[in-house]
Design a protein around this ligand. Structure first.
Ligand code: GLC
Length: 556
């Protein structure tokens, strides 16, 4: 069955809305004249207060941003470069060509992009459309005024969500979104069919927890960019969102509002010691909840979710900002922690033993700057830096404005370690020797400073650029893009680089990796037209500020 045709989209009356407060006032950040373009009242103009969930807009000034729907340029001509007053980098045209070559069609309609087009290596599943990998491709198409492929992708994956999913004799949750899918063309019968992977074929049988979150985030990006509410409002999309939310908002034995996950549940899809409450998932969870809040209708079913989301966001932001945040002051406090404290008066709530703080973090921590650490659970703080989780935390305002600035300060002062010669490190530092053996299970692909273990991933450039724009520090992005431009094309768009400084093309890196290509394009388009950042950024919600002050370096 073809989800796209059978879905029967209807144009229902607009009932869901996007908060005005998630419109971003870039003019303030970038010191440019305010963008004040009048538009049709649609998606963005409806305030959160209309949703009657008790969140006030807190007197936020709202300025229009310049999202313009399709029709800006002909197919094959990037609108961004057509609009340029300066010559685009020659890499941009090459990147568009490569991105278009990666397109996958289903019954004549483009529905996604393959992960990589490297014919010199065994394809494994790199010839599939990965949900997480498609996100930068989708943003590139949206920014270029080509939303149809994004819509097709959202509907195709939504259709796949409806499949019955099993691993051996175990039935997976209804809301689970696939990690990837593949279109099979039968040239004789002239038919197309789809196979999907929900973790049952993936190496290690890892669960794609991030897929559902990226799906919701992309649905908002599509809606925000096109102003077309009708897709998000279809009963199918509303149901798809509710099913994803049911998976992560269900009650259980949890004592924390964070989401408990197995190892390898996200971009790092191999054993890397991220089990528990990994920052990447918590940031995506937070962002997806905030996006869902703006997309859910206020019918009987939707309302119940809106209430649950609001409560969870409140608890989650408090927990993350209080316990995952690390800066010089906080590190010093942990270093002096007492242990074995009983009752709610405990300062060292998770009974973290100061001796477990790794040596490297004392030198690494600058006086100015901070970040969300990798993981927090009983007697465990994973002090590693993970780029994706921190950058997404900035974009969705899980980080307070002060924390966002501190993350950017850290990036600047630890540039060599976190960015090096190729933006940027997926995590820092690498795990080595005995730690590598017990943490990865002796994974030869994840040896120190390679792949997920401290490798450098060009795809992260778009997230870095978006975070730079949101925090008003585009010069950092420019520096990173310059680095990428010095090598990416010449090296045929590798998936990742190896080495402490990211100087070497990754040992097993695929070439023509689509998200390296699309990530570069998105970064370029964001810098050229910073108003695009509104698609993937949410303004701070004043209601979510923690009530108490835990550290002197950030205000509550
Ligand atoms: C690798 C990456 C994963 C990505 C996939 C396809 O498995 O770890 O994040 O989605 O390749 O590119």
């Amino acid at each position: 069955m073809d989800g796209i045709r059978e879905m029967g989209l209807r144009n229902v009356a607009s009932q869901c809305s996007i908060s005005e407060s998630d419109d971003y006032d870039l003019s303030k950040l970038l010191d440019k004249p305010k963008l004040n373009i009048k538009r049709e009242k649609s998606f963005d103009e409806r305030s959160l207060s209309e949703l009657s969930i008790g969140l006030s807009r807190g007197g936020l000034e709202v300025y229009e941003t310049m999202y313009s729907p399709g029709g800006r340029s002909g197919f094959g001509t990037p609108a961004s470069s057509a609009r340029n007053s300066f010559e685009p980098h020659p890499m941009v045209a090459e990147a568009w060509d490569a991105l278009r070559r990666s397109l996958v069609s289903f019954r004549g309609q483009p529905v996604g992009t393959v992960a990589a087009q490297d014919h010199s290596e065994e394809a494994l599943n790199y010839d599939q459309v990965f949900v997480r990998d498609f996100v930068p491709s989708a943003l590139a198409f949206l920014m270029n005024g080509e939303p149809d492929i994004v819509k097709n992708f959202l509907l195709k994956t939504l259709h796949l969500q409806g499949w019955e999913k099993r691993i051996d004799r175990f039935k997976l949750g209804e809301g689970v979104m696939p990690a990837s899918f593949k279109v099979l063309h039968d040239p004789i019968r002239q038919t197309d069919s789809v196979v999907a992977d929900f973790g049952e074929s993936a190496i290690g049988r890892v669960a794609p927890v991030d897929s559902g979150f990226w799906w919701i985030i992309l649905l908002r990006a599509y809606t925000k960019s096109t102003g077309d509410l009708s897709l998000a409002e279809t009963p199918d999309c509303q149901k798809g969102m509710r099913l994803i939310l049911s998976l992560c908002l269900s009650e259980g034995f949890d004592t924390f509002p964070t989401l408990l996950c197995a190892d390898g549940c996200s971009m790092i899809d191999r054993r890397m010691g991220i089990y528990g409450y990994p920052i990447e998932i918590q940031s995506l969870f937070f962002m997806a909840l905030r996006c869902a809040l703006t997309l859910l209708k206020h019918d009987t079913e939707g309302k119940e979710f809106v209430e649950r989301i609001t409560k969870r966001l409140h608890a989650l932001s408090y927990h993350m900002r209080s316990y995952f945040w690390l800066d010089f002051q906080q590190l010093n406090d942990i270093y002096r922690y007492k242990t074995e404290e009983y009752s709610h008066t405990a300062v060292n709530k998770f009974n973290v033993i100061p001796d477990s703080i790794p040596e490297w973090v004392f030198d690494f921590m600058p006086n100015r700057g901070g970040y969300f650490i990798g993981n927090v659970s009983p007697a465990r703080m994973d002090f590693r830096w993970f780029a994706l989780g921190n950058l997404v935390a900035i974009l969705c305002s899980l980080a307070t404005p002060e924390q966002s600035m501190a993350i950017m300060d850290l990036l600047e002062s630890r540039w060599e370690e976190l960015v090096g010669e190729m933006p940027q490190k997926i995590c820092y530092p690498a795990i080595e020797s005995h730690d590598w053996r017990i943490t990865t299970g002796c994974d030869p692909k994840n040896t120190r400073w390679s792949y997920h273990n401290g490798g450098s991933w060009p795809v992260l450039l778009w997230l870095l650029t978006a975070a730079c724009i949101k925090t008003g520090r585009p010069q950092i992005a420019r520096r990173a893009i310059d680095l990428a431009e010095s090598r990416l094309l010449k090296d045929s768009w590798p998936e990742y680089y190896d080495g402490k400084n990211g100087r070497y093309i990754g040992k097993q890196a695929r070439k023509f990796q689509t998200w390296s290509i699309a990530g570069y394009l998105v970064a370029k388009m964001l810098l050229e037209d910073p108003s695009h950042v509104g698609m993937i950024s949410l303004e701070e919600d004043k209601q979510m500020k923690p009530l108490i002050k835990r550290s002197s370096s950030w205000t509550c």
